[in-house]
Design a protein around this ligand. Sequence first.
Ligand code: ATP
Ligand code: MG
Length: 717
Amino acid sequence: MDALLNELTPPQRDAVCHVDGPMLILAGPGSGKTRVVTHRIAYLLQHGIPEWQIAALTFTNKAADEMRLRVDALAPGRQVWMGTFHRFCAQLLRRYASMVGLQENYSIYDTSDSKQAMKRAIEAAGVSTSHASPEQIAQSISKAKNQLMTPETMQMHGLSPKETVAAKVYPVYQQQLLTANAVDFDDLLLHVANLLRHQPELRSDLDARFRYILVDEYQDTNLAQYAIVRALSIDHPNLSVTGDPDQSIYGWRGADLNNILDFEKDYPSVKTVRLEQNYRSTPNVLRVADQLIRHNRRRKQKELFTDNPDGQPVILRMFENGYEEADAIADEIVSAVSTDVARPSDFAIFCRMNSLTRSLEHALRGRGVPYQIVNGVEFYQRKEIKDVLAYLHLINNPGHDVALQRVINTPTRGIGAKTVQRLQRFADDHHVPMLEAARRADEIDSLAKRSATMVKKFVTLYDRLATKATAPLEDLLRFVVQESGYDKHLEKHSIESDDTSPLANVDELISAAVDFDRRHPDDGSLEAFLEQVALVSDTDAFEDNDQRVTLMTLHASKGLEFPRVFIVGVEDDLLPHKRSKEDDSQFEEERRLLFVGITRAKQWLQLSCCKRRMIRGDTRPVIPSPFLNELPLEEMERIESTARRDWFDHDIDQSHPDAWELPEIQIDSDSADPESIDTSFDFGANQDPGRDDHAQETLARFDEADAKPAPAANAHD
Ligand code: ATP
Ligand code: MG
C-alpha cells in the first residue's frame, strides 16, 4: 500500500483519501487531526491536484511552518499555500486593495498602532469616555467587525450604552484608517469577507482558484473567517475543516463555536469523520482531561481512548508561594536533566498570563537552565524597534499617520506636541494624511514660522529617505538609521541595561532584514517585510529543536505537544480568570483552556497552585481553582510542599469552613498577556446556543451573495 497511508489508522486514512466534497473532522486532542491535514495535502498532490489549487489555513504562523515541514517531508518541493487566515487575507487584499478603497502598499496597524489610531478617532468623534473606556470602545468595534458589521449596520442593532458610544466612533475610525491607507487586524478579515460578498465575479474566480481548502483548529474561527472560507467553497465545496469544540479558546476574540457545531447543517452533504484514538498522551493524562471537560454543559460528549502505556499519575502540587513554586519546578527540571531522564526541550511550563513567568525565569536562570519565552511579539514592541520600523512604515505608506507621529520628533528635531496637534487638526479637517499636512505647513495659520521650518526640514529628510524605498532592505535600514540621526541618538541615550542594549536590538533588526533579503531574492520588498513583521504571532519565536525549556501562555500552547508539562497558577481568579466569572460561557471557555493545557502533555503532567501569590508587589492569600475540585483527585498524586498537610483532604472549596476567607484579588490588567482574557469584552453573546440574530442574517445575506449582484464594495463599509 501507499507509504503515505501506512502510518494512519483506518478512520484517518478514510479522511486522508477523501478528495471532493465537504468534510468535517471532529475529534479530541492528540487524535491526529493535524496529521490528517498534512497527509491529505500530500495525498491530493499525489493524485494530480495542482498545488496552487490548495490552501491550508491555520491559526498561528508556527502551526503553518510546522505543517509546511511535514508536507515537505511527505511531498518534497511542492508549493502549497499554507498560512494564517490573516496572512491569507493580507495577500488577497494586496492584490485587490483598490476594490475596497485602499492602495496596494496599505499598512497593517498592529495592536499598539490601532490603539493610537483609536484614541485619535475617539477625540475626533467627540464622544465621552466616562461610561465606556477607550479599551471597551475598541473591543466593541472589534467585535462588530468580527461579526461583519459595518458602521451602518452596527448603528441599526440593539446596542448596549457602551456599544452606542462605540458605534459613534466606528465610522470615524474607519474613515481615518482609510485616509491613512491602513487596516487593523480585524479589517484584514472584514475587507476580504466584504470583497467576496460584493464582488461575485471575483468570488467565483477565487473559489475556482482555491478549490481545496483545509482549515485546522476550525473551532476557533469567528464569523468573518467562516464567511471567507464559506464564500470560497460554493462552486467547489471541497472545504475540509478539522477541529475540537472542547478546545475553543478564542471566544473573547469573537470565535464562534457554532461554526463547527453547525457545519453539518451548513453542508448537508458533508462527510463527517470522528477519530477516537489518542496517540499523544498517557491514559492518566487523558482521564484527568476528560473528567474536567465533562463539567462543561454546552458540549457533545466524545470518547477518547489510547493504547499508550499508563505512565505516572498526574501530579497536583500546592506551594506556599510563587517563588517556592518556581524553585521547585526549576529543581525538578535540573534533576531530570542531570540524571538523563529528560532533556530541557522536553519540558514546557504553561501559565494563564505572561506576567507569571517572571519568577520562573528567575529560578531557571539561577540554575543555568536554558529556556525560551514564546512571545515573538515582544521584540517588535521594543521602543527602538518600533521607532525604526515606523520610518520604514512611513516610507512604504506616506499615509501612515501613527508612524509619522512616532518619528517626526524622534530623534528630537524641535517639533513639539502642539505642532503635531496642529498638523493633525489640519489633516483631519482636510481629510489628508499628516505628512501631506506637513508638506503644506505654510498653509497652517496656527503654526509659528519656526515650527513650520522645522516641519519642512523633516519633510525634506523624509523625501531623502524615500528615495531608497526600493533598495535592498539592509541598505535601506542602514540608510534610515544613519540619515535620521537615530543611531547617534541611541548611542547618546544608551544605557547598557540587561543584556540587550537598544543598539544591539537595532542590529538584530538589520539581521532580520538581511535574512529576509536572502530568503526573498526576487519578491522581497519593503511592503512584504513589513507585512511579515505585522503578522508575527506570539508563537513564532518558538524553535523546538532548541535545547531549551519552553515557557508560554495556555493560549499559545494550542496544537503543540511536549513530553513533560507543568501548568502553574491553577488558582481562582487566575484560571478561571476573574473576569470570566460574570458569564457562564466565558467560564466554560476557561475550563477549555485548562483542558487544552492538560492535553498537550505526552507522558508527564503537574498542575500547581500556591497559597499566596505576589500581585502588584503585594503578597496575598489565594484560593485554589475550582477546576481542581473537578479532577479525579483520588487517582492523582497530591503533594503539599510544607505546612498544612491536610490541605488536600479538605474539599477544595471556597465555602469550606477551614478554607480561605480572603479579600478579592486584583489582577493587574496592564501586566497581563495581550493574549489573555484581559482584552476580552462581552463576547459572551457569541457563544449562546443558537447563532445570534445578526450572525444569522449576515450568513443568510452571504448565501444570497452570488445569486444577487451586490453593490460595489465600499472601503469603509
Ligand atoms: P490537537 O487537537 O491537540 O491539535 P491533533 O488531533 O491535531 O491534536 P496531532 O497533533 O495530529 O493531533 O497528533 C498527535 C500526536 O499523535 C502526534 O505526535 C502525531 O504524530 C501522533 N499520531 C497521530 N496519528 C498517529 C498514527 N496513526 N500513528 C502514530 N502516531 C500518530
Ligand atoms: Mg492539531
